[in-house]
Design a protein around this ligand. Structure first.
Ligand SMILES: Cc1ncc(COP(=O)(O)O)c(C=O)c1O
Length: 363
């Protein structure tokens, strides 16, 4: 993949990529959406039109998919966990323990849906998960082991615990030999993009489609769902957004394979992952249009600005707007806009992946 890099501190770190393939082998399993629609708490999350942000960014429209209330939980992760637990436990009998590692939202969702089905739950957390997020997982009835270290360390601890009889690992990242369940999680995330398309058609009477989507990225499973969707329906530009302290996408593209970076401390704890998912990797390598990494203060400011527009975003939820500002305005914006095919009529989709209830927002 050809790339150019812009390391101006005022614009975060921006890497522009040329796609090497437009054919996406992955397909969406429509049964996941039907399953979500069958759940008691199901309701499509809101797609919010934000004209003030469109004016600020000099584009046609900004819409935000607000995942702060998804299936009764404050983050999009409920979509993947619910469907994957349903699939992974189908046909299994006997008392089961569902195991996972989490930096907060995924674990809470796993705990909720596994407990609903009557399973025990064992969750492993790394350093840097807010105490209130850990408590929220315990409140779902899960046993939480705070193993410390990085997210990858917690994943290793969970994978090891899950080798016990009657234990099932429901992890939202894939590695060699562990791909089926993370694939179901990504299938679950597809519901978000399908809803957004339909809502945008309804909002604009079919006159607009998504031109650019900025995807808060940890291991890249949500990014995988975005790439799968927009490479098979429409042609939106897809850009990953990561904290500077855990930016593994650009180094992986540079290396030509998924690499692990050392992670630091970030308020965007849901994005604090150092290794891309193996399943997401081919789509990222061949189809990503750019990667942006940014600092906590930008995400926090963006989340507060969203709150003033009545969108209650947590820090990860604010990262997309922060990236949009860094990308589409300021020095060098013309060439970044040109690369992304963005003009004054374009439509930007922000994904508010978590609400402020999921992760407290520093002032
Ligand atoms: C709030 C939030 N946003 C985005 C993500 C990133 O998703 P992924 O790890 O699939 O890239 C996560 C993952 O935990 C998250 O919790």
């Amino acid at each position: 993949m050809e790339s150019t890099t812009d390391k101006n501190a005022a614009v975060g770190t921006w890497h522009a990529y040329e796609r090497t393939s437009t054919s996406i082998p992955a397909t969406v399993d429509a049964r996941a959406r039907a399953f979500h629609e069958s759940l008691n708490d199901y309701k499509a999350t809101a797609l919010i039109d934000l004209p003030a942000l469109a004016a600020e960014l000099s584009i046609g429209r900004v819409v935000a998919k607000d995942e702060s209330t998804r299936l009764g939980l404050p983050a999009f992760k409920a979509l993947g966990a619910s469907w994957a637990i349903h699939r992974a436990t189908e046909g299994l009998s006997g008392p089961l323990t569902i195991v996972t590692a989490t930096d907060g939202n995924h674990g809470r969702a796993v705990a909720r849906f596994a407990r609903t089905l009557g399973h025990s739950v064992s969750i492993f957390t790394p350093d840097g998960v807010h105490p209130s997020a850990v408590q929220a997982i315990r409140d779902e009835g899960a046993r939480v082991q705070e193993v410390g270290g990085s997210y990858d360390d917690a994943v290793a601890a969970a994978a090891s615990a899950a080798t016990a009889p009657g234990h099932v690992l429901v992890q939202d990242t894939a590695w060699e030999g562990y791909e089926k369940i993370p694939g179901w999680i990504v299938d679950g995330y597809a519901t978000l993009f399908a809803e957004a398309d339909e809502q945008l058609i309804a909002l604009t009477a079919g006159s607009a489609s998504v031109d650019l989507v900025l995807v808060p990225t940890g291991v890249g499973s949500l990014l995988q769902a975005a790439l799968t969707h927009y490479r098979s329906a429409g042609d939106a530009r897809v850009v990953s957004v990561e904290p500077t302290e855990a930016a593994c996408i650009a180094p992986s593209i540079d290396a030509g394979e998924p690499v692990t970076v050392e992670t630091g401390v970030t308020v965007m704890s849901g994005l604090n992952c150092g290794t891309p998912s193996l399943l997401a990797w081919p789509l990222i390598r061949d189809g990503l249009d750019g990667a942006m990494s940014l600092d906590d203060e930008d995400a926090i400011r963006a989340a507060h600005d969203l709150a003033s527009l009545s969108v209650a975003a947590g820090p990860c939820g604010g990262s997309g707007l922060a990236a949009a500002r860094l990308l589409l305005t300021g020095d060098g914006a013309a060439s970044r806009r040109w690369h992304l095919g963005i003009d004054s009529s374009s439509t930007l989709l922000l994904i508010i992946t978590e609400g402020s209830d999921a992760n407290p927002l520093p002032s």
